[in-house]
Design a protein around this ligand. Structure first.
Ligand SMILES: *Cc1c(COP(=O)(O)O)cnc(C)c1O
Length: 390
């Protein structure tokens, strides 16, 4: 073998039987081969397990899928290159022309775009209500054949709580699938409710470090089987290296989530006691209008704390500019604390009435609490609130 050939067929190193790495290797390979054509054909006919092409499946991404399915309490999972990828591919895989989708004003902006604009182009209609409008949900599901209900809990950014038992019961009675974007609540919550499909952004709490993007759809085996081919050809595949980083992040997921929740509860109390603050939105606070429902559905209330400043947009600007530890940046759930203002949130395509229902005011600021010392975070917030009040 000449050297130009050798570099393309390097020596292989097999780990001997009975000898294992503690961390699974990254299978950074697009292609996998079988020893014979016969075995290849058996694989392609679905008669033997294996891997062939990483857009369809890869051992590292598969390891992540199996772990996420278990964490969320479902049979199977498909991972994607981003959270929005998981939402888009789930919606495309589960709907067809003529279907109707029930969705909500309190929704991640790109998800709203996907349902209204993208699915709309393919003849899928939608109704958009407020997640607080239980009577409306009941009425729509009773009167309009509905393929799926797409919702979040707690909602972004004002942490409204969806009544999961009520929504799943009504959807089931109407023959509609429920798809819950469970990014805020995390993989260890809501699994006991009869949700058909959980979608997640792995960019947030799963990775934790804010250095990698990913998404997941988690459901019973039959639904994942029905979606698998569409996901493969839509092509938003997660790279094995990204899957490895997310697997690494998940090792500290529970410790991070709980520490971030504890710090968030403390910040929420601090905000509530400050005269510049009109209202604090944190499901763990007894003053949250749905605290009892949140406490029934969740063990941990999340690390997102949103508040409204009495001084509106000007106060929000002073507060945002005075923050030193909190970065003015998108995303959430990572180790560094973040803040975004109403102006940074988008959602401008909502009507004035929908804007009001969304709960976002000119003085709204959403915090994502990280892993810094809570004392330092409290000091930073206190200083920024004083600046907002001045
Ligand atoms: C961030 C986020 C997404 C999108 O995830 P990306 O990984 O950024 O594409 C979807 N839903 C919610 C609730 C999110 O917070």
């Amino acid at each position: 073998m000449k050297k130009p050939t050798r570099v393309n067929h390097p020596p292989t190193v097999e780990v001997p039987t009975g000898n294992h790495p503690l961390v699974a290797p990254i299978y950074q390979s697009v292609k996998f081969e079988f020893d014979t054509l016969e075995e290849t054909e058996r694989f392609l006919r679905g008669e033997r397990p294996g891997f062939f092409y990483s857009r369809a499946s890869n051992p590292t991404t598969r390891q992540l899928e199996k772990l996420l399915a278990e964490l969320q309490g479902r049979e199977d999972c498909l991972v994607t290159a981003s959270g929005v990828g998981a939402v888009a591919q789930t919606l495309l895989a589960l709907t067809k022309q003529g279907d109707h989708v029930l969705c909500f004003i309190e929704m991640y902006n790109p998800s709203r775009y996907l349902i209204r604009r993208l699915l709309g182009r393919f003849g899928v209609s939608h109704t958009m209500l407020s997640i607080e409008d239980s009577a409306g949900i009941e009425r729509v599901l009773a009167t309009q054949p509905t393929r799926l209900v797409f919702f979040e809990s707690p909602t972004n950014p004002v942490t409204k709580i969806a009544d999961l038992a009520a929504i799943t019961r009504m959807a089931r009675a109407a023959g509609a699938l429920t798809v819950l974007d469970n990014t805020f609540a995390g993989f260890h919550q809501h699994g006991e409710f009869e949700i058909d499909v959980f979608v997640h952004s792995l960019t947030k709490y799963a990775s934790g470090a804010g250095d990698v993007m990913g998404g997941a759809a988690i459901a019973r085996a039959e639904l994942i089987r029905a979606m698998r081919t569409d996901f493969g050809v839509l092509g938003g595949t997660l790279d094995p290296h990204a899957a490895f980083l997310i697997l690494r992040g998940l090792k500290t997921y529970f410790v991070r989530y709980k520490a971030q929740c504890a710090a968030a509860a403390r910040i929420a109390q601090l905000l509530q006691a400050h005269p510049a603050v009109a209202r604090v939105h944190y499901p763990g606070l007894p003053s949250h209008p749905q605290h009892a429902l949140a406490a029934r559905q969740m063990q941990d209330f999340g690390s997102i704390v949103t508040f409204d400043l009495k001084g509106g947009a000007d106060a929000a600007r002073r507060c945002a500019d005075a923050l030193q530890l909190f970065a003015l940046a998108a995303s959430l759930g990572s180790t560094e604390s973040l803040a975004i203002t109403a102006r940074m949130m988008g959602g401008r395509e909502l009507s004035a009435e929908q804007q009001r229902a969304s709960g976002i005011t000119e003085g709204t600021i959403r915090l994502s609490i990280g892993l810094e010392d809570p004392e330092d975070l409290a000091e930073d917030i206190a200083r920024a609130l004083d600046a907002a009040a001045s």
